[in-house]
Design a protein around this ligand. Sequence first.
Ligand code: NDP
Length: 300
Amino acid sequence: MKILLFGKSGQVGWELQRSLAPLGELVALDFDSQELCGDFSRPDGIAETVRAVAPDVIVNAAAHTAVDKAESEPEQARTINALAPARLAREAGKLGAWLVHYSTDYVFDGSGSTPWVETDSAGPLNVYGITKLDSEDAIIGSGCRHLIFRTSWVFAARGGNFAKTMLRLGQERDRLTVIDDQIGAPTGADLLADVTAHAIRTAVLRQSVSGLYHLVAAGETSWYGYAQFVLNFARQAGVTLTVAADNILPVPSNAFPSPARRPKNSRLDTGKLQNTFNLNLPSWQTGVARMLTEILEKAP
Ligand code: NDP
């Protein structure tokens, strides 16, 4: 099996390089790859790359993920998040290749408090969410065989993330305020990559699994709950924090005004994914604890 991976250096792309390698021949590209175009701001170049490589499976981990920045550069976000994936879908359809793509909880408006299922109506609140929803529609509409995984609150040991920011602030400040009215599930890039590899294996044997799936770790929390978990873990691991446990305070979203509106209810129901692929999704705490262990072991 020949697999073409785009966005190899992002959080998910990096983990995919590991999890996809045993499945077959892997061609992994970045936006600045030299011989083949991996730059999603050039949809024509991306289409040429697909034709040149002629893969069995295309995995797209590239995206414009700067949610606030997307509000002031909507055309760039649209090209990278929607137009280039639409070209991928068209080329995949012509080749008969599978297209694996990632989308987001931000396609929903965040109303209510029950977990969203795949058939619920979308209603994105920001440019990023709109462009990701457009990518889903283009891929599904193209008729190519596809796996679209909607996920949320992605973290990885590599690169910057919310947990690392909390660890830093917890060692600099004596008081922290964290948003407690957005609810979701922190999901590890490693989990996403491992489930992707498993799903590809299933898909090549059973084409009927083509579709859209919610893929997040089990359980739910707020950013405030996430921060408390991170700082408690650090304290127990012997990290000296300047912030006391009772000086980590919950605040509503409007305490941190930002250019992009974010949904409050980001709960995603993963029943369809677990049933279709016969998978069990571990709790978000399992993944975050593992990442923290890696980070803290590396710290000087
Ligand atoms: P990252 O931002 O870590 O990775 C995205 C990658 O795409 C980065 O390497 C980025 O490069 C690259 N990229 C940016 N612009 C271009 C371009 N023009 N051409 C090619 N590559 C480009 O994101 P994640 O790994 O976390 O995201 C993977 C997928 O998951 C995406 O589809 C995202 O929308 C989705 N997702 C992510 C969530 C999150 O919390 N991160 C939540 C929900 C869904 P550079 O870093 O240099 O800009």
